[in-house]
Write a protein that binds this ligand. Structure first.
Ligand code: PLP
Length: 406
């Protein structure tokens, strides 16, 4: 069991008052708050380590290089990945997906009439880079529909998957509705039919154990800022043989072996995909965040948050007439809802005045909103520091706001 009270004291920002009220932070799917060990790791880096990495002979350069490469090893360990060269540091999940899509576009592996398969639940970050790839290569984007409860239509998935499918790019957990895709099963099917598989784990990474090799995919991506680390750092995990077979996307320092004006040869993994000075401090903060989460235990975290989601779904249903919850009964991380006759933005604005931070709008999933004939939802998303008291604050603020707006 998590010791929530002591854990809360690790997050200085949670002491803040908002409009004179205790801050109830339920916007964790957008970004998470940072615990002291992460804040201290960043501070220590700039106070005692800061230097550029890899090519320096001096003391600080060696120290910074070790810290950065040790961060890579920590991330690999957290993902159960044996080979740290498979961990590419990027600026976030969006950057990681663009890297894969653009490397594929340059590789010549995708051509006219080939298909990229995604689902209706994707974040724009897992739609637009593939649309750009399609424009460049003549490939076609196919979309697996979802059922009324937001779960993927597996019959349609099987109909759409075929030899022409070159890439399956799937969100693990939907940031909008908290739906979990059965990614192990769908990955196995796609691999049987010869597709490359990319898993968008932006919303899975903060909430569950990620045994990446066990998924069987080729790529997995996530962002540091959603796992209690800094903004501007993210990860692309890729299978070494697949990454080796792809050309780099960005060119510049670090990613080269030798440069002449006539020809450049490229560096080995992971450096081939890390052009320029990386976010050294960000990588170190990500390692600190994973150390922190691993100490708490990912299974405990998942259980704690699942419990809160269940209580929140029940108490909102019981106390707010006209509420509609999106997604299936079993959700991960996020609870999205709409209330008859009330605009999500008005509701979000009113409950903010009561100290409750939620997100409203399309959550970067406009096609999903269009599928359900809505422009947006109110989304409460949970993190490790949330408590039943926060759920009570959510329910009573929504109840109050609705009576003011009706
Ligand atoms: N994928 C999912 C499921 C997300 O929820 C997000 C962010 O909300 C992203 C991708 C993009 O993450 P970032 O903006 O950190 O690159």
């Amino acid at each position: 069991m998590l010791d929530i009270e002591s854990l809360i004291s690790d997050f200085p920002i949670l002491d803040r008052k908002v409009n004179g009220q205790r801050l109830v932070y339920l916007d964790n799917a957008a970004t998470t708050q940072k615990p002291m060990p992460v804040l201290m790791a960043s501070r220590h880096y700039y106070e005692a380590v800061n230097s550029n990495i890899h090519r320096g002979t001096h003391f600080l350069a060696r120290l910074a290089t070790d810290a950065y490469e040790n961060a890579r090893k920590t991330v690999a360990r957290h993902l159960h990945v044996l080979d740290p060269r498979e961990i590419i540091f990027t600026s976030g999940a969006t950057d990681s997906i663009n890297l894969v899509a653009q490397s594929l576009a340059r590789s010549g592996k995708i051509g006219v009439g080939d298909e990229i398969l995604i689902s209706t639940l994707e974040h724009h970050a897992n739609i637009v880079p593939w649309q750009m790839l399609c424009e460049q290569t003549g490939a076609i984007l196919r979309v697996v529909p979802c059922a009324e409860d937001g779960t993927i239509d597996e019959v349609a998935f099987h109909q759409l998957l075929g030899k022409q499918t070159k890439v399956l790019a799937l969100v693990w957990i939907s940031n909008s509705f908290g739906v979990a895709h059965p990614i192990h099963r769908l990955t196995a099917e796609a691999k049987k039919s010869g597709a490359l598989v990319l898993i968008d784990a932006a919303q899975a990474a903060p909430h569950m154990t990620m045994d990446v090799p066990a998924i069987g995919a080729d790529f997995l991506v996530f962002s540091g800022h959603k796992v209690y680390a800094n903004t501007g750092i993210g990860v692309l995990w890729g299978r070494a043989d697949v990454l080796d077979s792809l050309p780099p996307w960005r060119g510049g320092g670090e990613m080269i072996k030798e440069v002449t004006f006539e020809k450049t040869t490229y560096n080995e993994l992971p450096f081939k995909f890390e052009a320029g000075t990386p976010n050294i401090e960000g990588a170190i903060s990500l390692a600190a965040a994973f150390d922190y989460l691993d100490e708490l235990g990912m299974d405990e975290i998942r259980q704690h948050e699942a419990n809160l989601l269940e209580i929140a779904a029940q108490s909102l249903t019981d106390s707010v007439p006209g509420i509609h919850l999106y997604g299936p009964a079993e959700r991960t991380c996020a609870l999205s809802f709409g209330i008859e006759g009330i605009h999500h933005y008005d509701l979000g604005t009113l409950i903010d005045q009561m100290g409750v931070a939620v997100r409203t709008g399309h959550h970067c999933c406009q096609p999903l909103m269009a599928r359900f004939g809505i422009t947006g939802t109110v989304r409460a998303s949970f993190g490790i520091y949330n408590t039943e008291k926060d759920v009570d604050a959510l329910t009573s603020s929504v109840h109050k706001a609705v009576s003011m707006l009706r």
